[in-house]
Design a protein around this ligand. Structure first.
Ligand code: 15L
Length: 271
């Protein structure tokens, strides 16, 4: 499959791009920065919030040059509301408009657990709980999912949002024993979302097959995602570290640290 990956130079982007290439896909990269060493496909340095720049990327890849978009670009920390809306909502809208114009039928989106981060932790959270963001970052992710739903309904685009947990080489905290997404499982997950037959608008939790998961893996399995890693493998090492106040706070809501007062701020920056 010919795939355009945004945020291709980022931490998840580099892993996903090389994983998709290893699995036989043709990958074009788009990012604000120059291509990382070793990237083999076409590369575009542009801002996904710039509609003209994005339209030109699709034009240059030509008719049929993109069969699916994997949208991973976006600021991964909390910032002001306008910044979050631009980073997560405007970029998604720009890509969706370009997809409509160029008849690209599928997008896989890096959603986030922070779209529901204010939900008190419970044994197994399904994907149909109400949006309950923990930050403006989470608000941006909720709104981006709403856009995906709109374009799926209006234009028949297949739009899959993976609410990613904690994408890391290894789990580092007690919370990660539930929220971890391994590098290899991230590639498996994205490929499943790219190739699932007729998903329409769909949401899954993007985590590994963690024994202690707080999130239901079933929506992912329904799309063909078969995680092979489990954070429990690292539990002894993680639990050998002294428990901290943060561990308790992080365990109360699924969004962990993003729920805490350290993340409270006014929506708008004022000069
Ligand atoms: C995310 O969505 C963030 O991008 C990342 O920085 C982590 O906070 C992660 O979630 C997490 O919840 O661990």
């Amino acid at each position: 499959m010919r795939v355009l990956v945004t945020g291709a130079a980022g931490s998840i982007g580099t892993v996903v791009c090389s994983g998709l290439v290893d699995r036989g896909h043709e990958v074009a990269g788009l990012d604000l920065v120059a291509e990382p060493e070793g990237f083999t496909g076409p590369w575009f340095t542009a801002d996904c919030a710039d509609a003209d720049a994005v339209a030109s990327v699709f034009d240059r890849l030509g008719p049929g040059g993109v069969e699916a978009v994997v949208h991973l670009a976006g600021v991964v920390t909390e910032q002001s509301l306008p910044r979050m809306l631009e980073s997560h909502v405007v970029t998604t809208a720009v890509l969706l408009d370009a997809m409509v114009e160029h008849a690209v039928p599928r997008i896989v989106y890096a959603g986030s657990n922070h779209a529901v981060g204010r939900t008190p932790r419970m044994p197994l959270l399904d994907v149909d709980v109400r949006p309950r963001p923990d930050t403006f970052y989470g608000v941006g992710k909720v709104a981006a999912e709403a856009l995906l739903s709109l374009y799926a309904d209006r234009y028949g685009i297949d739009a899959v949002s993976a609410r990613i947990g904690s994408f890391l080489a290894q789990p580092e905290s007690r919370r990660h024993l539930a929220t971890w997404l391994s590098h290899d499982d991230a590639v498996r997950m994205v490929e499943a979302c790219l190739t699932a037959p007729d998903p329409g608008f769909a949401v899954l939790y993007g985590i590994s097959g963690n024994t202690r998961a707080w999130w239901d893996l079933e929506p992912g399995r329904a799309l063909g995602y078969r995680p092979q890693d489990d954070a429990d493998h690292y539990a002894a090492a993680v639990e050998a570290r002294p428990a901290t106040h943060d561990d308790d706070q992080e365990a109360a809501h699924v969004g962990g640290p993003f729920v805490g007062e350290a993340f409270y701020r006014p929506a708008l920056d004022r000069s």
